[in-house]
Design a protein around this ligand. Sequence first.
Ligand SMILES: [Zn+2]
Length: 115
Amino acid sequence: MHEMSYIARMVELAIDVAKQSNAERIKNIVVQIGKTSGVMPYYMYKYYPEAVKGTILEGAELVCEEVPVKALCEECGAEYLPVRENNYLCPECGGRKAHIIEGKGVTLKNIVVED
Ligand SMILES: [Zn+2]
């Protein structure tokens, strides 16, 4: 389960951010999960309570947002959402060379501090 290492990393990051902003209590943390990351939000939610136990994040809510995959065509520069029906090709020029610019990994988007 690689979700466990992802959630550990997100919790670590969120704690760093909380410390930097001198936050005492965190309301929630928002994590973005890319569609191609292979990470299942279900497991993120499942491991989260254990990962935050005894930290400043204990009691804060985890919010997972799924991010669709977006590609950048290297041939014409268009940004597009690859679809299987089109063999993931660029809809503008039909180009095959593209790289994924969004929806790849797992990132900490935001933490909300309780006031
Ligand atoms: Zn193109």
